[in-house]
Design a protein around this ligand. Structure first.
Ligand code: NAP
Ligand code: GDD
Length: 362
């Protein structure tokens, strides 16, 4: 779909990376990428009463074995003390800050917690990196997961690195704070700190309460007769949807540059939620109109109507371009979720009592 990009710069010798949010969608793809490149990867995991490592289970190595390159540590972005300790224990060359309460709708219900993790979490981690650099004289490269949600009520289409921000949610406001703070640390303390302004990116590992995955899970279950309706909110919102596996490449590339910087990462195509429904239901020969109903509980107090990114800077400076377009993404996610629905059906037919889908969807 895109012209062949220029070759990426030669990689530095793989070192040690610390990743917050390693159990999330992006964290799992990034950990895979870094391990493939030969890094030792340290992931920060929140303590939970149930296992929350499903997305990285395939990468897990028994810590008793030799040459273990994925190491997990308990930690939380709200705990500055543990972040500082992790920095001195892990001694990373690169820090990727992906941890967040990342659901926009939920941020209206939990604004203070969202700001604690997204905004305060970022400054706590930046402070820990700054202290570590000062006391050890070791250089650390820092990646901040900024978001197209910062553009909010857009004043310019497509959005670039210079488009003004007008966030529309507590999450968006918190990301703007973290973004400007990262730039401020770069300018004040000469840190190699970069922000990736990533547009929506999805995958079969996407959380099931984000709209694409909510739709593809429903498509699989409806196709196999496990569900009859799908309740959604605003079908007219438009997003620039890419594939998470492509987008984590850009994060890594940013930290391999001589100079830090800020980059929009996007596909340059936008589709409405309605069009995503057409694509996904259409892939299994169903008409979404027969199954989708609107439930106002999924509307947001303030909506982001249109996101469309221009990743020209990333293309020319990082040599980055997306490989998967939205049609391929939709097919990949539906095929995956059909298999999941098939497993559920098989278990049900064998008499197993499978709990019904998502208790608290948003
Ligand atoms: P995600 O799947 O929701 O993962 C979020 C990760 O953050 C999870 O590992 C979660 O842990 C962890 N986390 C939550 N609260 C935390 C806390 N207080 N301390 C430490 N870790 C915490 O999100 P994602 O889609 O991978 O996104 C990764 C990052 O990119 C996030 O910062 C997100 O805001 C940002 N972003 C995402 C997109 C997108 O379209 N995906 C676009 C732009 C920016 P648990 O697994 O225990 O919940
Ligand atoms: N979640 C959800 N559930 N969204 C719905 C629904 C529904 O039932 N119905 C319609 N939508 C609309 C939302 O109103 C929004 O306009 C759009 O679908 C996308 O919603 P999400 O998938 O929840 O993603 P988001 O765009 O709000 O936020 C995601 O992308 C940001 C980057 O722009 C998250 O990954 C953020 O963490 C990320 O920063």
């Amino acid at each position: 779909m895109n012209p062949t990009p220029p070759s990426p710069p030669p990689p530095l010798t793989p070192g040690t990376a610390l990743v917050t949010g390693v159990t999330g969608q992006d964290g799992s793809y990034l950990a895979e990428l870094l391990l493939r490149k030969g890094y030792e990867v340290h992931g920060v995991v929140r303590r939970s009463s149930t296992f929350n490592t499903a997305r990285i289970d395939a990468l897990y190595q028994d810590p008793h074995e030799h040459d273990v390159r994925l190491k997990l540590h308990y930690g939380d972005l709200t705990d500055a003390n543990c972040l500082a300790k992790l920095l001195s224990e892990v001694q990373p060359d690169e820090v990727y800050n992906l941890g967040a309460q990342s659901h926009v709708r939920v941020s209206f219900d939990m604004p203070i917690y969202t700001v604690d993790t997204v905004a305060m979490g970022a400054i706590k981690l930046l402070e820990a990196v700054r202290d570590y650099q000062q006391t050890t004289s070791r250089a650390v490269r820092y990646y901040q997961a900024s978001s197209s949600e910062m553009f909010g009520k857009v004043v310019e289409v497509p959005q670039t690195e210079t488009t003004p921000f007008h966030p529309r949610s507590p999450y968006g406001c918190a990301k703007v704070f973290a973004h400007h703070t990262t730039i401020n640390y770069r300018e004040s303390y000469d840190m190699h700190a970069s922000c990736g302004i990533l547009f929506n990116h999805e995958s079969p590992r996407r959380g099931e309460t984000f709209v694409t995955r909510k739709i593809t899970r429903a498509v699989g279950r409806i196709k196999l007769g496990l569900q009859s309706k799908l309740y959604l909110g605003n079908l007219d919102a438009k997003r620039d949807w890419g594939y998470a596996g492509d987008f984590v490449q850009a994060m890594w590339l940013m930290l391999q540059q001589d100079e830090p910087g800020d980059y929009v990462i996007a596909t340059g195509e936008t589709r409405s939620v309605r069009e995503f429904c057409e694509l996904t239901f259409g892939h299994v020969d169903l008409d979404y109109n027969d199954f989708v109903e609107i439930d106002p509980r999924y509307f947001r107090p303030a909506e982001v109507d249109l996101l469309l990114g221009d990743a020209a800077k990333a293309r020319s400076r990082l040599g980055w371009a997306p490989r998967v377009d939205v049609e391929q993404l939709a097919r990949m996610m539906v095929d995956h979720d059909l298999e999941l629905a098939q497993c559920e059906l098989t278990l049900r037919n064998a008499g197993h009592d499978i709990p019904s889908f998502v208790g608290h969807d948003q």
